[in-house]
Design a protein around this ligand. Structure first.
Ligand SMILES: Nc1nc2c(ncn2[C@@H]2O[C@H](COP(=O)(O)OP(=O)(O)OP(=O)(O)O)[C@@H](O)[C@H]2O)c(=O)[nH]1
Ligand SMILES: [K+]
Ligand SMILES: [Mg+2]
Length: 368
C-alpha cells in the first residue's frame, strides 16, 4: 500500500505537470486540497506509528513567552543559548551535539522569557527524517522562532528551513488570511470580496470546498488571497502564525562587504554568538516581535513601581487581564482603574475592565 509520503509525492508530481489555466483550475484546486489533507495526516497519524509530536521533547513552560531555536546542525544554536541565558547548553564542532530540548530563561525588560535550544533539523524533517518532527512540534508552540543560520553556508538553507516549518503548518511572519467562511444549509458556494482577487479562480475555490465537503458556504474574502490561504483558513486548527527572526550567525568569519549584504534581509539580525556581537540587537528585535506589554502598578498616593512590571501577552491586555495576572479575586472587588500612558487620552483617565492597555502604562486599581 502506498504510504502517505508516496501519495503526497504522486500529487505533487501531478501538480507539476498540470498547466494552470481555466480548464484545469477545478482539477488543481482538488489536488491542492487533497495535498493539504494528506500533509495533515502525516502530522497527526491516527493509526499506529503515531508521530508523538513533542513527546519527550516538550518541557515545562515558564515565563510569559517562549522562543524556540531552529536550524541545521552546528549553526551555533547552543552557543547562542548559552550566550543569551547563561544556561549552559553543550556546544561542539560535531553535528547533533544537542539531542533534546534544553530550556533556559532570560529576564528582558522585566519579562521572564523562556528560551528553548533545540536539536538541529535536516531537510525532510517534517516528513519524518531524524527527530525533526518532534523538534518542529516544539517550535510550533512557541511565541517566536529564531531561525539560526550559519552565514558561511549557502543562503538557500534559509528557504529549506522555511519549507520545513511551512510543511508543518507554521506560517512565518504572516497574519491569518482575512477570509470568513459561513456554512449554510443550501445555496451552494457564494464568494464576496472587498478587494480585487488576482490569484483566486472560482472553479478552484469550488473544487477545494467540494473536497472538504463544504458545498454550501458564504465565503467573504477581505484580502488578495491565494487558494493556499483559503486552505489555511479551512485548516485553521492545525495552523500556527508565528513571528520569526533570522539569526545570521558567525559574522566573525566574513568580510564587512558580505556583512553589508546581510543587512538587506528582512526580519534578520546578523550576530556572532561566540563573540557576543550584536546579540543586544537580536534581543531588541525579539522584544518588538513578542509585543509584550509592561504595566507598572502605582499604589494610591505612592510612586509607580518601575522595578517589577506586570507583563501582559499580546491579545491579553485589557484591565481585566491585568487584574487576573495579579490575582483572580481582584476582578470581584474591582470598582475603577486610573490609568496614565499611551492607552488613554486624558492623563490620568478613569477606565473600566474592558479598557485595552498599552506598553508602559501606569495603573492604579480602585477597589469597591
Ligand atoms: N566562528 C564562529 N563559530 C561559532 C559561532 N557560534 C558557534 N560557533 C561554533 O560552531 C560550532 C557548533 O556550535 P553549536 O552551538 O554546538 O551549534 P548547534 O547549532 O547547537 O549544533 P547542534 O546542537 O549539533 O545542532 C561550534 O564549534 C561553535 O564553537 C560564531 O558566532 N562564530
Ligand atoms: K554542534
Ligand atoms: Mg546544539
Amino acid at each position: 500500500m502506498a504510504t502517505t509520503v508516496d501519495k503526497i509525492k504522486h500529487i505533487e508530481d501531478e501538480m507539476a505537470k498540470t498547466q494552470k489555466n481555466k480548464a484545469t483550475s477545478f482539477h488543481l484546486g482538488q489536488l491542492k486540497a487533497k495535498l493539504a489533507k494528506l500533509k495533515k495526516e502525516l502530522l497527526n497519524p491516527t493509526v499506529n506509528g503515531g508521530s508523538g509530536a513533542g513527546v519527550g521533547f516538550d518541557v515545562a513552560r515558564t515565563g510569559v513567552a517562549s522562543v524556540g531555536f531552529i536550524g541545521f546542525p552546528s549553526v551555533g544554536k547552543s552557543t547562542l543559548m548559552s550566550r543569551i541565558t547563561g544556561q549552559h547548553s553543550e556546544a561542539a564542532a560535531y553535528e547533533f551535539t544537542t539531542l533534546t530540548t534544553v530550556p533556559g530563561q532570560v529576564l528582558y525588560n522585566g519579562a521572564k522569557i523562556q528560551m528553548l535550544d533545540l536539536p538541529g533539523i535536516i531537510q525532510g524533517a517534517k516528513d519524518g527524517k531524524g527527530r525533526g518532527r518532534q523538534v518542529i512540534a516544539v517550535a510550533k508552540t512557541c511565541n517566536l522562532i529564531f531561525i539560526v543560520l550559519d552565514v558561511n553556508k549557502p543562503l538557500t538553507d534559509k528557504r529549506v528551513i522555511e519549507t520545513e516549518l511551512e510543511g508543518f503548518g507554521i506560517r512565518i511572519n504572516k497574519e491569518p488570511p482575512n477570509i470568513k467562511i459561513t456554512k449554510k444549509d443550501k445555496g451552494g458556494i457564494s464568494i464576496t470580496s472587498t478587494v480585487n482577487l488576482s490569484h483566486i479562480d472560482n472553479d478552484e475555490v469550488k473544487a477545494v470546498m467540494n473536497e472538504y465537503r463544504m458545498a454550501n458556504c458564504d465565503i467573504a474574502i477581505r484580502c488578495d488571497a491565494t487558494i493556499d490561504d483559503l486552505i489555511d483558513v479551512i485548516e485553521a486548527k492545525s495552523r500556527s502564525y508565528i513571528p520569526v527572526i533570522y539569526a545570521l550567525n558567525k559574522i566573525d568569519a566574513i568580510s564587512i562587504e558580505e556583512l553589508d549584504l546581510l543587512y538587506r534581509i528582512p526580519n534578520a539580525c546578523p550576530i556572532s554568538s561566540e563573540h557576543g556581537w550584536n546579540v543586544d540587537e537580536l534581543m531588541e528585535q525579539m522584544w518588538d516581535k513578542l509585543r509584550l506589554k509592561r504595566i507598572y502598578t502605582k499604589p494610591k498616593g505612592k510612586l509607580p513601581d518601575y522595578s517589577a512590571p506586570v507583563v501582559l501577552k499580546d491579545g491579553r491586555e485589557t484591565v481585566e487581564d491585568f487584574c487576573n495576572a495579579i490575582h483572580k479575586t481582584i476582578v470581584e472587588q474591582f470598582r475603577i482603574a486610573i490609568v496614565y500612558g499611551k492607552s488613554v487620552r486624558h492623563q490620568p483617565q478613569r477606565v473600566g475592565l474592558t479598557h485595552v492597555l498599552e506598553d508602559e502604562d501606569i495603573i492604579t486599581i480602585v477597589k469597591k
